[in-house]
Each structure stands twice: as structure tokens, then as C-alpha cells.
Design a protein around this ligand. Structure first.
Ligand SMILES: [Zn+2]
Length: 296
């Protein structure tokens, strides 16, 4: 299987339109690598799947030749798998409306938010046929003869934005995915939203070629200390990398490679000469970039 990082930034991208933090200024000046919003593509046997559809999906598919249409308007994109109902992971669904239809793999909790919260699925259905395949954590599902996935239920760590749709404790509000290629035996785990490291996530990393994991924040309070906001990473459902009990020490070395994705523009690891970036690299963890490709 081929896993292509389409977007390695968190919501807002890097730089973010309304932000003049050190990182965003560096990205605008070309001194730090710009990034689009979080998504990967997974391919096996010429069949392509997106995990999350970001607001940058059009630009991302243009940058990925494997996803270009072939005859007329036939697209190699077969389905979109969702990790949750966040705007930066689902707004792109609306941008796929010109196609013959969209197949979406989503947990019932995510589907409910996309219907009765943001309404993205309800809107998309007015433009093209939409097929929703329910995702059940822990159950292996075949996407093709070669490629399978197993979803991993993850804690959300925050109150839902659409409280009328469900509560923070509902299962399946956030999942990660372990993809396995039956012909090569290779596996890759994708978990862009990790509020806490649970045993099921570590189990999924067992024997995996790579873990692409939540690199949203280096320090839990970095938005506050940089004067960019009032929420901590924990408030937003992301376990920060740094410190005892941080994501870095809990996931480093669990898979053959660990790659940070979903990097927020406030994260100092985006600055190439920062001590935080050096600390991540010393832990043997890579900083993901757009277009990074992993074969497994
Ligand atoms: Zn910024």
C-alpha cells in the first residue's frame, strides 16, 4: 500500500489566514514549509481512498497524480473515511459534489453530527448520491482484495460543539485507522486526533510500518503563552507532545516509524531551528510534510 500525506497541518493550515504568529510569518516568508489541512490518501492496487476530506482537498488532489481522473470524469477515488466530524476533516466532502457520488465511511456518531450538526452530509446529498458505510471500531473491513482497515475508538477529550447531537462520552466520536495490505503484510496507523493514548491505539501500532499521529501542539498551553487564544490543546481534544505523560514519550518507538501530522500553526516544531523540533527528532520521531509517502 501507498500512504500519501495530503495535508500535514491542523485546522487552519500553515500559515493560517488570520494569524501572524512566529510560525505563520515564517511560512509566509518561505522560511518554514507551508502545509495544507490534515488528510491522507491510501492506495493499493490502483484504488484510492481518502482519510478525511479537508477544505484543501482540491489543491491536494491536484498535487497527487495518482488521484487525477483518467477517462473523462472517472476518478480513482473510491471512498472517504472519516476520523471524526471536525470541520477541517469534513468540509472537503462538499467540494466532491461534482462527482457521480461519494461513499463515506463514518461512525454513527460522526454521521449524526454531519447530518444534524454541521449538515454537510445533508447538503451534499442535494448535489450527488451519498452512501454512508457505518464504521465499527475493532472490526476489520475490506476496502479491496488487498486493503483492509480496522478503526480504533479514541477518547474525544472535549465537549461536542453540537451538544444536541450527542455527548462527549458517545463511542466513535473520534477514531483512528489501522490499514493493512494483505498482499505485503504491511500496516500503517493514522490517528490525527489523540486526546489520550489508550491501549487500543498502542495495540494498533504493534508491527506497523508507521504511525502517523496527532502533532497538534508541542506544549499544552502554547496558544495561551503565544497570545493566540485561551484554549489549551487538551481543551481542543489533543494531547500535547511535551513533558511527562505527553504524546511523544507515549508513542515514540511503538511503530517502525512515527510521523507527526495535524501540526497546528502554533507548534514550534514547524520552525526548522527550534529546540522543540530538535527534541522531537532526538526522540526518533519525524515531522510530517505534505506529499510525504510511505510504502508498506
Ligand atoms: Zn499562526
Amino acid at each position: 500500500m501507498r500512504v500519501r500525506v495530503l495535508g500535514s497541518a491542523a485546522g487552519g493550515g500553515f500559515p493560517q489566514w488570520n494569524c501572524s504568529c512566529t510560525g505563520c510569518r515564517a511560512a509566509r516568508a518561505g522560511a518554514a514549509t507551508a502545509r495544507t489541512q490534515s488528510s491522507i490518501a491510501v492506495e493499493a492496487g490502483g484504488r484510492w481512498f481518502l482519510v478525511n476530506a479537508s477544505p484543501d482537498v482540491r489543491q491536494q488532489m491536484t498535487a497527487c497524480p495518482g488521484l487525477h481522473p483518467r477517462d473523462g470524469r472517472a476518478t480513482p477515488l473510491e471512498a472517504v473515511l472519516l476520523t471524526d466530524a471536525e470541520i477541517d476533516h469534513t468540509l472537503g466532502l462538499l467540494l466532491l459534489r461534482e462527482g457521480r457520488g461519494v461513499t463515506v465511511h463514518a461512525t454513527p456518531a460522526t454521521e449524526a453530527t454531519l447530518r444534524r450538526g454541521t449538515g454537510f452530509l445533508t447538503t451534499l446529498e442535494r448535489y450527488c448520491p451519498v452512501r454512508v458505510v457505518p464504521v465499527e471500531p475493532g472490526v476489520e473491513v475490506a476496502l479491496s482484495d488487498e486493503l483492509t482497515y480496522t478503526a480504533v475508538d479514541l477518547p474525544t477529550g472535549k465537549e461536542p460543539r453540537f451538544a444536541e447531537v450527542g455527548s462527549a462520552d458517545d463511542p466513535g466520536r473520534v477514531v483512528g485507522y489501522r490499514f493493512t495490505d494483505r498482499s505485503t503484510g504491511g500496516s500503517v496507523v493514522y490517528a490525527p486526533g489523540v486526546a489520550d493514548v489508550v491501549p487500543a491505539l498502542l495495540d494498533a501500532c504493534e508491527g506497523a510500518s508507521a504511525l502517523l499521529v496527532d502533532g497538534t501542539a508541542y506544549a499544552d498551553d502554547e496558544l495561551v503563552t503565544q497570545g493566540l487564544g485561551t484554549k489549551t490543546a487538551g481543551d481542543m481534544g489533543h494531547l500535547a507532545l511535551a513533558g511527562p505523560g505527553g504524546l511523544l514519550e507515549r508513542v515514540a518507538g511503538r511503530a517502525a516509524r512515527t510521523v507527526l501530522v495535524h501540526l497546528n500553526n502554533s507548534n514550534p516544531v514547524l520552525l526548522e531551528d527550534s529546540p522543540e523540533r530538535a527534541a522531537v527528532e532526538r526522540a526518533g520521531v519525524e515531522i510530517g510534510t505534505d506529499l510525504l509517502e510511505i510504502l508498506a
